[in-house]
Design a protein around this ligand. Structure first.
Ligand SMILES: C[S@@+](CC[C@H](N)C(=O)[O-])C[C@H]1O[C@@H](n2cnc3c(N)ncnc32)[C@H](O)[C@@H]1O
Length: 252
């Protein structure tokens, strides 16, 4: 029986650490109320389409969370083989249910850390990593692994949250949009139900302040990718200015 108590919270977390599994239980509720999250999915789908991947391509999602990106990509590219890498058991459980419900066949879910999972060299046509790299310290080590796992003509599509989390700005944005689309009563009940996400976002904010999470400007983000051996073919700011998007190939 699921007691609702997460595995992460069973070990003592510092105030600047996230309990990803507690977050997982309410993560999709939060996303439903953030139009910018759906916009980010649409942007990624558009960019992935422009990569002209083969129909049976292999795509790995690092820090894949509750599987929202793979689910969206699979609805457009059903023959692609997907690998979902995620180290929070709560996130993995939600993702597995979602893949079953949406009958996504070609997906392998790996409950592993980006630091311990192992793939052969040149395994993937594309690797995506959405708002997760900031939590993967040291980032240079993950980037070296990504470079090794990508095929020589593969693409790395990375979106990363790099800014201070302004909680009030997000609350106001969510409330404004939620009341417009869902009405006052539903908004209020969602806020009560989703209180855990606000708690975890506060922890995330502390993580960025303490340096546990990587805080970066767009330029620092791009410089880090270039230093790691990537060509940055596209660079833009997404997710209400909080995240950066880069499309990268491997430097020859
Ligand atoms: C903010 S969530 C983003 C989830 C998903 N990519 C999305 O955009 O909906 C960050 C995810 O990265 C995962 N994560 C953090 N460190 C990780 C690591 N070392 N290996 C694998 N996953 C990790 C967390 O558990 C969490 O699910």
């Amino acid at each position: 029986m699921n007691s609702g108590r997460s595995i992460e919270s069973a070990v003592t977390l510092g105030p600047d650490e996230l309990d990803w599994t507690a977050y997982a239980l309410k993560y999709d509720l939060m996303c439903e109320f953030i139009p910018a999250y759906q916009e980010m999915i649409n942007t990624l789908l558009q960019k992935l389409s422009e990569c002209n991947l083969p129909p049976n391509a292999s795509i790995c999602d690092l820090g894949a969370g509750t599987g929202n990106f793979i689910t969206a990509i699979a609805s457009k590219f059903p023959d692609v083989h997907y690998t979902h890498v995620e180290n929070s058991p709560g996130m993995v459980a939600v993702a597995q249910q979602k893949y079953e419900k949406n009958a996504i066949k070609h997906v392998e879910v790996l409950h592993e850390s980006a630091f311990s999972v192992d793939f052969e060299e040149n395994s993937f046509d594309s690797i995506i990593c959405i708002n997760a790299l900031y939590a993967m310290d040291p980032q240079t080590e993950v980037l070296a692994r990504v470079k090794k796992w990508l095929k020589p003509d593969g693409k790395f599509l990375v979106i990363d949250w790099g800014r201070e989390n302004r909680i009030l700005d997000w609350c106001w944005y969510v409330v404004k949009n939620a009341i417009r689309t869902h009405g006052f009563r539903r908004t209020l009940s969602a806020f009560i139900e989703g209180a855990e996400t606000i708690k975890q976002n506060r922890r995330g904010r502390k993580g960025h302040e303490s340096g546990k999470f990587w805080r970066h400007t767009t330029q620092e983000f791009s410089d880090t990718l270039i230093e790691a051996g990537f060509n940055v073919e596209h660079l833009s700011v997404v997710y209400r200015g909080y995240s950066d998007l880069a499309i990268c190939s491997i430097k020859e």
